[in-house]
Design a protein around this ligand. Structure first.
Ligand SMILES: [Zn+2]
Length: 268
């Protein structure tokens, strides 16, 4: 086991690429009493799990929202409610998918909470604002304030440098290394959800942009065979992490086959 982190790309024509990225979301039950900063000795920004030597396949799985660590300097500014909840975390996802390295898949999981900086949001977009728009949230999806003491703009910008960029850069490096060994790489963007739908799995491909239809169908049919209620692209079609990864691969002139599929699985 080793540790590091990164990403980046935007895909408009999957036909021009020879890589694929798939976004998987797992529905979870309500979780309470999770302490912000419970993982108090966390220093690494992400955790990478690699297959045994010789077992690797050209598939990378990213879990950007599973982290629960909040540096004390940030957590201390949260409201007491938010400090003890971290609602909308993708709870326990690394445990759900801990079998992937045995199948040859390289995984990278964030250790820091999305409330430090959201790795699935555009760092060049709104810096500080609502849960639905900003890369750093000032409120929850229902408008509940997150901070009792608002952070200064320079400190917010520094968070992007310290916490957002490294994860994306490391993910990009992992994909790049695999592309030196394989013609194509599949990126799985793994998430969980609790509403707004009651289905079990949502497979997202940026509405046909990020991967071939065969790849989408493969994922949908695999879940359907296990009797999961599976939908495609509604309400989750894919986010910043996949689109930015595809853009980065293009910029680096990799021959990447990028398939962006978002799969939402409900684990009861
Ligand atoms: Zn997520």
């Amino acid at each position: 086991m080793n540790k590091r982190g990164r990403v980046g790309c935007r895909c408009r024509s999957a036909a021009q690429l020879s890589g694929c990225s798939v976004n998987l979301r797992v529905r979870h039950a309500p979780v309470t009493n999770i302490l912000a900063g419970a993982n108090t000795c966390c220093q690494k920004l992400y955790r990478i799990e690699e297959p045994a030597p010789g077992k690797s396949v050209p598939v990378v799985a990213s879990m950007p929202h599973s982290g629960t660590f909040v540096p004390p300097s940030i957590a201390n500014a949260f409201t007491p409610l938010h400090r003890t909840w971290l609602r909308n975390t993708d709870w326990y996802l690394p445990l759900v998918y801990d079998f992937l390295p045995e199948l040859g898949v390289t995984t990278i999981a964030a250790t820091h909470s999305r409330y430090v900086t959201d790795l699935n949001r555009d760092p060049e977009g709104l810096l500080f604002g609502s849960f639905h728009e900003a890369v750093i949230f000032n409120s929850m999806f229902d408008g509940t304030p997150i901070y009792q003491e608002l952070p200064e703009a320079p400190a917010l910008r520094q968070r992007l440098v310290d916490y957002h960029s490294p994860y994306h850069e490391e993910l990009s490096n992992i994909i790049g290394r695999l592309l030196t060994l394989h013609e194509r790489v599949l990126l799985l963007d793994l998430h969980s959800f609790f509403g707004p739908i009651e289905d079990d799995v949502c497979v997202g491909d940026l509405r046909g942009v990020s991967c071939r239809q065969e790849t989408t169908n493969l994922a949908i049919n695999a879940f359907a065979r296990q009797r999961f209620r599976t939908v495609c692209n509604e309400p989750f079609s894919g986010g910043y992490l996949i689109t930015e990864t595809l853009r980065t691969l293009r910029r680096r002139r990799y021959r990447s086959s990028c398939a962006t599929r978002r799969i939402c699985t409900a684990v009861a």
